[in-house]
Design a protein around this ligand. Sequence first.
Ligand SMILES: Nc1ncnc2c1ncn2[C@@H]1O[C@H](COP(=O)(O)OP(=O)(O)OP(=O)(O)O)[C@@H](O)[C@H]1O
Length: 606
Amino acid sequence: MLAQYATTLTFIALGAIFAYSFYAVLIAGQLSLGQAGFASLAAFSAASLAPSGDDVGDVPALLAAVVIGMAVGALAAVVLGLPTMHLRGVFLAIATLGFAEAVRVVLLNQEWTGGAQGLAVPRILTVGTAWTVLAVVAYWFWRMGRSRYGRALEAIREDELAARSMGIDVGRHRLAAFITAGAVAGLYGVLFAYYVRLIAPNDFDFTAAVEGLVTAVVGGSTMFVGPVLGSGFQTMVPEIQRAVGVEAGWIRPFLAGLLLLVVILFLPGGLASLIPRRTRVPSMSGADPVPGLAARRHPAAGETVVSLTGLAKEYGGVHAVRGIDLEIRSGEVVGLIGPNGAGKTTLVNMISGLVPPSSGSATVLGTTIGRTPVHRVAAAGVSRTFQHSKLFNRLSALENVLVGAHLVSRPTFLRRLLWLPSARRDERAALVHAARCLERVGLSDLAGNRASSLSYGDQRRLEIARALASEPSLLILDEPAAGMNHVEAARLSELIRSLARDGLTILFIEHNVGMVLETCTRVVVLDFGEVIASGSPAEIAADPAVIEAYLGTADDEADGRSIADGTLTDPTGAGGAVAAPGAVTNVDPSAAGTLDLPDTTPRNAT
Ligand SMILES: Nc1ncnc2c1ncn2[C@@H]1O[C@H](COP(=O)(O)OP(=O)(O)OP(=O)(O)O)[C@@H](O)[C@H]1O
């Protein structure tokens, strides 16, 4: 019975292994077509170099071929990956396709490969061996999925910039994923060669690469079983068509293409998305530090956290930030306010290492800004949220926070492969820590929900939980209350103050002036890229320059118009939008000192 389907079953296993080589990079958001080249190099190298089964026995011969093939595939991935890993999307696909085609043409013109006639290879692979190898590969990706490394790759796929800000070294992770793809493609090449008996360079052409990619996409890249489902689908559909007698002429490829289209159109996450993704939410007890997390050093109270000297940023002719001198000390809660286009986001982007300054110098937690990559700035203790939410949308709320804990959690992948209890302990520590961060922002009930399904206000809070998970020394919040109603904004204000009581230094941009005045120990006001005022909330509320920046000229004030209610043109010319119903409102206008504060914030996040 099994013998009757042995060929089909072997090709399902081979197709799935090849699809895993695409899955390996798709989970990190990379589109590569070079796998056919890796497989080809591996197949011909192994077939030429591995000992014969007659000399050493079939199993050792296959094992030696597999080792050679995987090493050749991985090495080729290093050689190709080093110069191409900075490429994204279709550019990486084109570069890697160019490599695969170059390999094919070169091998086609070599004597030792047999050229177009091909090279004879003994059939050693059996259906049982093929499925055993597939089980090992699937196990590898299954154990990787819930490890710190696997989560980092998923985070890179969802939002590379946010992943960098969580302290993930994106370049290193992308290269590691590419090398894995090379090794798995090499494995496929060898198994294919030792099954089909005759290999030719044209077996690894553009069509083969596209088939591998399509199999991985149809199966889905969000769950480790995706490639197996994809290969089963791709191999079985023609078999079923043959069985029901529609194999002739154009009908068969037409139906196969149609089914493919249906899967891609209606199941963008692939067949694997039909399987619900479970998030285990741990039970928590106590507020003690979680053992198993890396300890972080925080600056002592009053120590300098941020030191900016003459910091400036120009975009072409636009002076977004002009010569800012600013010092922030540990334990301060500094509010950054100013009209639209004043340069607030540009300034915090420079402080968090996202944008290099045009001139001036900045030291943040001992790191020099400008030369330090974003993930190193994060490792120094800087964590942030973004003006426009940058969540990992397809991950659950808890998984988002787990990624945030990247810098304090321990690597677990290799230990998970061996089922070591220490890996389970460390994973649990990270889970408990993440769950506590969610609890702190009041999102415990939504831990298992997809980030994209949360309300706007909950997404803002989730970003804060994710930022807190790295146990930062400096927390930067970019318009955290945007989209929140006044009750949520008041709760957020209390949360910020409680974080400050715990010793965290906080820098936050907010258009809700009332909330800023109530929450901060110091307020810095920017206008046209310059600091126009800096002082205690009471000083700022009474400062004529601030009132002018916010209310415009005396005439405007006399008209009874203000930026706050959206009736006064923004001094930058950006224009004030009228607050949406339910948008941020002042937390406590009585904290406003002598500035006649608006009771609604006019501008939502832009
Ligand atoms: N990448 C960029 N390229 C060109 N100009 C930019 C870029 N980023 C910001 N700017 C310009 O720099 C100035 C400051 O922008 P920035 O976003 O920092 O202001 P902001 O105070 O954060 O404004 P908002 O409150 O509207 O977010 C604006 O004139 C803006 O158009």
